[in-house]
Design a protein around this ligand. Sequence first.
Ligand code: GLY
Length: 423
Amino acid sequence: MNVLIVGGGGREHAIAWALSKSPKVDQLFCAPGNGGIAALAQCVPIPATDVDAMVAWACDNGMDFVVVAPDDPLALGMVDALEAAGIPAFGPRADAAIVEASKSFSKNLMQKYHIPTAKHQTFTELEPALAYVEAQGAPIVVKADGLALGKGVVVAQTVDEAREAVRAMMLDHRFGDAGAKVVIEACMTGPELTVLAFCDGEHLVPMPSSQDHKRAFDGNQGPNTGGMGAICPSPNYTPEVAGRCMEEIFLPTVAALKAEGRPFHGVLYFGLMLTPDGPKVVEYNARFGDPECQAVLSLLDSDLLDIMLACRNGTLDQADIRWKDGAACCLVLASGGYPGSYAKGYPITGLEEAGRSAVVFHAGTSLDRDGTVRTSGGRVLGVTATGPDLDAAIGGAYAAAAHIHFQDMFFRSDIGRVWNPNP
Ligand code: GLY
């Protein structure tokens, strides 16, 4: 089969790496791809959000299956457009991808179907939103309703901070249309973790749990990022917690989306908090998380293409989904200044040495004609190691990363070592 992956980050590199092992894949393409993906797939210079150009290219070049990995093209209806053109695709249609594209939709869904989450209210007018913040007090969480590059959530410690966040979203339009509506919710406490689950509209198969580290610096300090590293599994995800999540959150969510006429096909991302009252949903996403995907997929022991086809065809209950024993750790190497502004174009050395003991997924790199790999993004690389347990996987990722260098490189030194990575 000819398979196209849409996207160009560490997540897409991990998907390409897993798909490249499938004997059913004849040719692999990635649009736009990056400097590392180019070793596994032919990169096609089409932006991930250009639905028309992507569909036209897929038709003209005989794609048999398209994996739409990032949130934006899913929300824009790329899967719907591909299907309309006769090309099967992995990922939810826009009417199901709305679980990520609209926080208020998700909160209303959870409320209607009694899925545990923080108490909330949605606002489209500034003054009532400010009054609600005042009445509820702090800490309190303010979320832009729409997609905001992962930056649309403010956990405000004071009422002033929350009011400022509401004004930035609704008055100053910091996130454009995404902040025209805001969701304000109670602040939950407890360890946070991620469970990604394959879904085929009716059935759901959870992957091993994982844990992102969202703050930029050690000890959970500094600004929020897209994720500075991930471990798999999360030590907090005990069999008892897993059982409760399945019964109280995962199965009800898939059933709710089906009942609403929005069957979810693809990967459903459950951002969970283990509160003193039990596990609750922090957020849904409509795709693999990044960097969680890099750690989780390194433990997959089955054919990813078969699983993705089963998600599309509604046959997930018959799919062969096995995982390797042990654990994985993905350590993100970032450009100095990230998540603020940073320089690009620095040459990267040591990739070959690091690649002898770990898999180095590229997130923000470009490739020169002479083979030089350069930095081209904030999160540059995801050095991912596996081992018999978390200690071994974490040690392996740090040992491999020690070979890699580029100017102003920085990384957290405590991935997998903090009790609650996302306070
Ligand atoms: N790692 C968080 C996300 O992918 O949204």
